[in-house]
Structure formats: structure tokens, C-alpha cells
Design a protein around this ligand. Sequence first.
Ligand code: ADP
Ligand code: MG
Length: 283
Amino acid sequence: MAELSQIKGINARQIKLLQENGVNTAEALAMSPLRVISSIDGLGEKSAKKLIWNARTALGMTEFAPASDINENVEFITTGSSELNRILGGGFQTGKLTEIYGPFKSGKTNLAQTIAVTIQLPRSKGGLESAVCYIDTENTFSKEKVKRIAKRFGLNPSDVLAKIFHARIYSSDHQSQMIMKAEALCKTRNVRLIVVDSLMALLRAEYIGIGMLARRQATLNNMIHALSRIAETYNCAVLLTNQVATKMMGMFSGNDAIGGNSDVILNASLLNSCPWLSLQSNV
Ligand SMILES: Nc1ncnc2c1ncn2[C@@H]1O[C@H](COP(=O)(O)OP(=O)(O)O)[C@@H](O)[C@H]1O
Ligand SMILES: [Mg+2]
């Protein structure tokens, strides 16, 4: 990870502005779209472009390299179910966005809380000994449930809760703000998993009707882009839940994953076919 101060031509004021907007490293800056950085109050479009380009140059991003040199570096986090791990290609993957979609009560939150625990396991047991940022838009995070899951995996419940940095979210703007804040915790608190449960709930509530679709999509894209960038910069796993319904919403039928933006898409109805329900007696 390279510090912002290592970028050619950057000054202290610009570093402060970038940090206030959740851009804490040269990597983060280099991967940001120009539009996002230019829109930071007080930075200006010309400086934004110069700084992004200088950051890319500093990181060797402005040269093509042989594909044989691509470093994938993916790590896997166990779900606690060998079958589900297999479906996911080895477990939840770092550096990627995984979307779990399904109807209300299909087990999305339960899976999110499970991974928030299993990532804390030692590597020998399928974890990464890492902490978690949990962005909770529906107020469904349950300490009691997490404690029970921790016990199932032989971890101390209070230790597990202490390593889940939780934020209750009240608006889509607050959600965007806390996604950016999560980046700082990746840097300083060994966070390797960001959960957004759920990604769309507040957006759906705030941007109602076809006339708002474009703005809703733009806000969503900004969040997804920020999360992808964090995932890549810190080799962090990102788990998004998305509630889908069969009724028509706006001009789209609602029972689809957001799709295109996510690297791994898991239909929560698959959870029912996995023999991972040893949790059942506990939840
Ligand atoms: N693996 C599981 N085994 C047993 N019960 C589960 C499991 N996953 C979820 N549940 C139960 O199903 C209900 C809905 O789960 P939840 O994760 O809140 O769904 P969603 O987030 O998709 O709405 C909860 O009461 C939860 O306790
Ligand atoms: Mg839920």
C-alpha cells in the first residue's frame, strides 16, 4: 500500500481533502473514476486529473504487462458448509464482490452473520483471522445470533463481537458515507470483510418511481464502484445482500440479482439445498 504523500505533486491540503472523502491511499486514488475525484469540493478538475494520473504512474498502472504476471492472490473464507464452499468455488473470496440475492427470510442475513464469524477463524480452520465492517441498513444484525454462531465455531462470543465493527444506517447517503469510512478500517483495523445488508433497501425507499431510476442507478453504481475498489486495494471480501421479490418494481421485474456489477452471485434459495443447517438448532 502506498501513502498519498508519495504521489508526485500532491500537497497537504489535497491529502486532507482526499482522506475526508474516503480516499486514503495512492491505490485508492489511482482506481477512482475522475468524475468522483473531481466532484470533491475544493479539489478542482485539473488537479484531480493530475493527481490520479500521477498515482497511476507511481503504481505502474500505466504500462501493459504480460498476462502471465497477473497476480490473482484470492483467499477463501469458509461458510461452515463444505457444499456451499464448493458452490462458491472454495468459499467466500477476497478481492471480490459477492451478492447474495433472494426473497425475504431466505437466509441472507444469517449467511452474512455467519461469514462475519468464520472470517475470524484461524487460517487452519478456513478463516483469515480478520475483522469485519457490517453496514446494517435494516436493523437486522443480531448480537445474540452472532454469539450463537461464534459458539458453533468454537470462538469466544465477546471476542467475535468486538471484531465486528457495526453501523446502523438510516439513509442512502449515510450508506455511501459509511462505505467510504469502511476503507479506513481496512487500513487500520485488519478488516477483510465488508458486509452491506442490504444494499438496495434504502435506495428503493428513497428513489421511488421510474423518474428516479437513473439517479438511483447512479448512486448504486458509486457505491459498487467504491466497494470494488476497496475489495481490490485491500484484498478484502465484500458481501452484499439483495432482497428480491416477484412483484413488478418500476419497470423491472424485481426477482433478479443486480448482476453485472458483482463478481460472484449466489441465489439464497440454494442455501436450502446445502447441508449447512447444522446451524438450525442454534438459530
Ligand atoms: N441456515 C439456517 N438454518 C436455520 N434457520 C435459518 C437459517 N438461515 C436463516 N434461518 C432463519 O430464517 C429466518 C430468516 O433468515 P434471515 O437470514 O433473516 O433471512 P433474510 O435476511 O433473507 O430475510 C430467520 O428467522 C433465521 O433464523
Ligand atoms: Mg435480512
